[in-house]
Design a protein around this ligand. Structure first.
Ligand code: ADP
Ligand code: MG
Length: 256
């Protein structure tokens, strides 16, 4: 990463501590992801500066191909930037080793995807248990925590069902329970309502509102205006750049 050399070790640490003091959980400087395909260069993320505080509910909105998923994958440490700086929880991500990155992806960040990404052969309970298996949590505690997470998404009655025996909305709720079971600092959701009908989508958004009210930090990626307006802040992106960053006065579904 080009700019890292400019910061010496002390600067890096101080910057991270300052971010932590300010409650800033996500901070990027000139973040970039460039793909080279033959003689074509695609600037999927083309210099993004964003700052997200602990407890915020932010939507990243933009048309298809604007770089939303690429940005989300960078924020979720699923992908490595081509250039720029990214501090997560006050730590420079490019300085983390593979073990630390794996730990962060498993414990600090909960992911929800459009297509649910559940194990087809496993029950809802087992799907939710999986991140805890990777974390080395003993079986008894795993089951207790997975049941609790399923209770939070109102799926206690369905915990022994496999994904094929559940509706789309129920599957996505299993995915949300799986994302939350490790008590992550951030919930990242990429088009979580994209595969659902409108009514079911509204149900999932109501669940997100509840999670936010309980103190979770949520970053929601969507191309739909109506979905973005459930968040408290919308970052509009276009051609890999931030176009506009605005507060939502009255988020949809917010309890007053
Ligand atoms: P969005 O999620 O907003 O629809 P993406 O982040 O998926 O957008 O893609 C942004 C741009 O980067 C698009 O032009 C897409 O074709 C390109 N892109 C995404 N991933 C890759 C990849 N792995 N290789 C090459 N180009 C990619
Ligand atoms: Mg996408």
């Amino acid at each position: 990463m080009a700019n890292v050399g400019v910061l010496d070790k002390v600067d890096k640490l101080e910057r991270g501590e300052q971010l932590r003091r300010d409650g800033i959980i996500i901070r990027t400087w000139d973040l970039m992801k460039t793909y080279v395909m033959g003689d074509q260069t695609i600037h999927a993320v083309a210099g993004v500066d964003i700052e997200i505080h602990k407890g915020e509910y932010v939507a990243i909105m933009g048309p298809s191909g604007s770089g939303k998923s690429t940005l989300m994958n960078l924020i979720g440490c699923l992908d490595t930037p081509s250039a720029g700086l990214y501090y997560l929880n006050g730590k420079l991500v490019s300085d983390m080793d593979d073990d630390e990155l794996a730990r962060i992806r498993n414990k600090e960040i909960g992911f929800v995807f459009q297509t649910f990404n559940l194990l087809a052969r496993a029950t809802a309970l087992h799907n939710v248990e999986l991140p805890l298996i990777y974390s080395g949590i003993p079986s008894k505690e795993r089951i207790e925590r997975a049941k609790l997470a399923l209770k939070e998404v109102d799926l206690t009655e369905r915990m022994n069902h496999k994904p094929s025996e559940l509706s789309g909305g129920q599957r996505q709720r299993v995915a949300v329970a799986r994302a939350l079971v490790n008590n992550p600092s951030i919930l990242l959701a990429d088009e979580p309502t994209g595969a659902l009908d409108t009514a079911t989508g509204v149900e999932i958004m109501a669940l997100f509102a509840r999670l936010h009210q309980r103190g979770n930090t949520i970053v929601l990626v969507t191309h739909e205006h109506d979905i973005a307006l459930h968040a408290h802040r919308v970052i509009h992106i276009r051609d890999g750049k931030v176009e506009r960053d605005e507060r939502v006065e009255h988020p949809i579904g917010e309890k007053t």
